[in-house]
Design a binder for this molecule. Structure first.
Ligand code: GDP
Length: 202
């Protein structure tokens, strides 16, 4: 199963980078997206899932960090890398532009099946995560939480963080579907996320 999954995910390509949702290619296949604060490990996890060390580096290309970067797996599912939010050292106008783009994407995109919301294990939930949870809730989309970089924390801290995030998700139980913990560095939890995305493509 693992081998087949890797084969499925290794058929990946970069479709494009968009800063206006009206420019996004229309699509009749399901789509999932990765959301989270900047530095949460979004690019690393997309690379780990696709077994492509460089795929999500396209989102780090100057001019693309504030864009929606679109990847496609086996022409069966779109994976969207949303711009990282919550970076303190940017202007208010820039922050507002980013959240407008993210919010309108989540609200409008019809084929968006699931949002993977990444939370850094060490950092936990921040206000900017709660802002996006409220957008998800208002748009009535489903989301799954992925706790990232668990290799940086002790097992007891990981459990504490998982309990604390899970308990907060009671506020969003209508849309909350599941929770994973992962380490892209140690390849932990990646297969579970692959299975989840693979199931969406069927
Ligand atoms: P993004 O800004 O959300 O795309 O985050 P990146 O994927 O670029 O990762 C941000 C930083 O965290 C980089 O220095 C990565 O090497 C590091 N990082 C990402 N995932 C992991 C992980 O699973 N474990 C550890 N220890 N570091 C990670």
């Amino acid at each position: 199963m693992v081998l087949n999954l890797n084969l499925f995910f290794s058929d990946n390509k970069f479709v494009g980078s968009y800063n206006d949702i009206m420019d996004l290619p229309t699509s009749n296949i399901w789509e999932c997206c990765f959301a989270g604060r900047s530095n949460v490990g979004k690019s690393s996890i997309i690379n780990a899932i696709t077994k492509n060390k460089y795929l999500a580096n396209t989102s780090k290309t100057p001019g693309r960090t504030q864009n929606l970067n679109v990847y496609q797996i086996k022409e069966k599912i779109n994976v969207i890398d949303l711009p990282g939010y919550g970076y303190a050292k940017v202007s208010k106008v820039y922050r507002e532009q980013l959240s407008d783009l993210i919010d309108s994407y989540i609200k409008i995109r019809k084929n968006l099946k699931i949002i993977y919301l990444l939370i850094d294990c060490k950092v936990g939930l921040k206000n900017s995560d709660i802002d996006i949870l409220d957008v998800i809730n208002d748009s009535n989309k489903k989301f799954t939480v992925i706790i990232t970089k668990i290799d940086k924390c002790s097992p007891s801290f990981i459990n504490k963080q998982i309990d604390s995030v899970r308990s907060f998700m009671k506020n969003y139980e209508k849309n909350f579907t599941n929770m994973y913990s992962s380490s892209s560095l140690k390849n932990k939890g990646i297969v579970d996320i692959q299975k989840n995305i693979y199931n969406l493509s069927k």
